[in-house]
Design a protein around this ligand. Structure first.
Ligand SMILES: [Cu+2]
Length: 158
């Protein structure tokens, strides 16, 4: 698989580097959690990951201070005309590129929340990166219909 190859290459490059500043080079913008009913079995988390370094960076684990069974990384893909969420081992962000976590695409899911946060709440997340560093994120709960970019007119699939 392509992702495995690039992951192996990324790991190799990182291990060859005497010093790595990958953590500072991954910029996270617009983190948000989609508001959900109190009995929701899972919460979707979205953000934009921008890699300003010359090495691939991958998110390999997600933790949260919210009481959940665990966090998963998902990618929604079209298979035989059906939208399916496929669990992922990592979310890769190519060198000098960005990966957008958004409805209908890459996203993080917080499984079986003890208490579903309400609109305006802050959810603290820790992203563990492929170089072993960790990055803190504070995501705000808001409506899924809200446009992430006022200049964007594309349809957003839920
Ligand atoms: Cu999902």
């Amino acid at each position: 698989m392509k992702s495995n190859t690039s992951r192996a290459l990324g790991t190799l490059l990182l291990s060859l580097l005497a010093f790595s500043v990958a953590a500072e080079e991954l910029m996270i913008t617009n983190p948000w959690v989609r508001s959900a009913p109190p009995n929701a079995p899972a919460l979707g988390v979205f953000m934009k990951l921008s890699n300003h370094s010359s090495d691939e960076i991958a998110v390999v684990e997600v933790r949260t201070s919210l009481e959940v069974s665990h966090a998963e990384m998902h990618r929604t893909v079209m298979t035989d005309g059906v939208m399916k969420m496929i669990p992922q081992k990592q979310i890769p962000v190519a060198a000098h590129s960005s990966t957008e976590l958004k409805p209908g695409s890459w996203h993080i899911m917080l499984m079986q929340p003890e208490q579903v946060p309400v609109m305006g709440d802050s959810v603290h997340l820790t992203l563990v990166l492929s170089d072993g560093t960790e990055q803190m994120v504070v995501a705000t709960v808001r409506k899924g219909e809200m446009k992430m970019d006022s200049h964007s007119h594309e349809m957003k699939m839920d």
